[in-house]
Design a protein around this ligand. Structure first.
Ligand code: FES
Length: 121
C-alpha cells in the first residue's frame, strides 16, 4: 500500500496516510477522506487552486497520467515545461508540480506539499 504524506505550514505536523494500491483515487480525494485541507474549487483541472508539489519517497518516480487539462493549466501557470511534459509522457517520470484533483495515486510513497493558499504549492 502506498503512503501519502501531506506537509504544509497549515498542518500541525506532517500526516502520513495509506492509499489503496490500484485504486483510482486522486490525491485530492485521499486528502479529503483524511480531512487534509488542500485548497480546491472546480475539482476538474480548470482553476489551479489545488496545485501541489510532489516528491517521490520510494520506488520509481512514476509520472501518473497527465490529463490534457492538467498539462494546459500547469503550462499556463508556468509550473511545467514542454520538456517536463515530454519526459512525463515518454519516460513516465513525474513532474514536480501537479494538480491534486487530477493526480491519481500510484503504488509509490509520495510527499505532497502545499501552502494552504489556493494555487500556492
Ligand atoms: Fe480546480 Fe483542481 S480543484 S484544478
Amino acid at each position: 500500500m502506498p503512503n501519502v504524506t501531506f506537509s504544509s505550514p497549515i498542518l500541525h505536523k506532517d500526516l502520513t496516510v495509506y492509499a489503496i494500491a490500484g485504486d483510482t483515487s486522486t490525491v485530492l480525494a485521499v486528502a479529503e477522506s483524511h480531512k487534509v485541507p488542500i485548497p480546491h474549487d472546480c475539482k476538474d483541472g480548470e482553476c489551479g487552486s489545488c496545485l501541489i508539489e510532489v516528491v517521490t519517497l520510494t520506488g520509481k518516480t512514476m509520472g501518473s497520467h497527465l490529463t490534457e487539462k492538467e498539462k494546459s493549466l500547469l503550462k499556463s501557470l508556468g509550473k511545467i515545461t514542454a520538456e517536463e511534459i515530454r519526459v512525463a509522457e515518454v519516460d513516465d517520470i513525474a513532474p514536480k508540480f501537479r494538480l491534486a484533483c487530477q493526480y491519481v495515486v500510484r503504488d509509490q510513497d509520495i510527499l505532497v506539499k502545499f501552502t494552504g493558499e489556493p494555487g500556492g504549492a
